[in-house]
Design a protein. Structure first.
Length: 277
């Protein structure tokens, strides 16, 4: 049966961030993910996980910057990662090193290394070469402490100019890196917008061992499943069937904006997932 993690950056928007851990646990979630932990002390986040019986299953490396203040400013000014950006290799390494510190404190097994927007004047080949080199370095550092590194294809409607958009491109990057702890973060919201054919893509890529994590949101409005065009019952059955055949045992992150953002709206919108919790 699929296992679902609440994305605390997007779900429970009516609550302060630190209160969302308890809300997710009360709704039956056993795991959480979110964009970034860096605005909070790692010990505080670890305490919230422990008291609510939650696992941390994913967070992102910084989108740019070299310290806590600049990590936040980078995101707010539209930066979406540095892994593929020539000339920012030192910045990528500094940010990823900080991510590893948090991963250790939160016992989080995987980190999303954000690929980023293609730099002005950079060719696709140059961006790929930078991405491969940076992720090779990150993989070696992460392997020392037993962590995985993920790269995520993102649609250019949501993030114009993002370098990595397609599943086949992401898998070519992972293969070129050549490290067992580097995998693809398969976000079915982005995949549906760019490529569609979700069932075939799941059946194609999940058995390769190169898919480290799923994320979901309804298309087109990025709300909870059941509010748009995707047959999620079929998709979850497909993930369950292929997982049983190939031994995949990962998580599905609920990275969506609740259609009802008012107090209690996230919880009221969870009927789609209750059979799985």
């Amino acid at each position: 049966m699929p296992r679902f993690a609440a994305n605390l950056s997007m779900m429970y928007p009516d609550l302060p961030f630190l209160d969302r851990f308890e809300a997710a646990a009360k709704d039956g979630f056993k795991a959480v993910e979110y964009l970034f932990p860096y605005a909070f002390p790692a010990q505080e986040l670890a305490a919230r996980l422990k008291v609510n019986g939650l696992q941390q299953v994913l967070f992102n490396a910084p989108p740019g910057g070299t310290d806590t203040d600049s990590f936040g400013k980078a995101w707010d000014t539209g930066q979406r990662g540095t892994a593929s950006v020539p000339g920012r290799e030192a910045e990528f390494r500094t940010g990823f090193a900080q991510a590893l510190v948090y991963a250790e404190a939160l016992n989080c097994p995987r980190i999303h290394a954000m690929v980023g927007l293609r730099a002005e004047g950079a060719s696709p080949e140059a961006a790929d070469a930078t991405l491969i080199s940076n992720v090779q370095w990150a993989a070696a550092e992460a392997a020392k402490v037993g962590r995985d590194v993920l790269v995520e294809p993102i649609n250019t409607r949501s993030v114009p100019g993002f370098h990595l958009n397609r599943q086949d491109h992401a898998h070519r990057i992972v293969q070129a890196v050549g490290a067992a702890n580097v995998k693809v973060q398969m976000d079915l919201f982005h995949c549906q917008i760019v490529e569609g054919d979700l069932s075939t893509k799941i059946a194609q890529y999940l058995p390769t061992g190169r898919v480290g994590h799923f994320q979901i949101a309804e298309v087109p409005n990025r709300h909870e499943p059941g509010t748009g065009e995707v047959n999620w019952t079929h998709i979850f059955q497909t993930i369950d069937k292929v997982s049983a055949e190939c031994g995949w045992d990962g998580w599905i992150g609920c990275e969506y904006n609740p259609a009802d953002a008012s107090a209690g709206g996230t919880s009221r919108g969870l009927e789609w997932v209750r059979p799985y919790l």
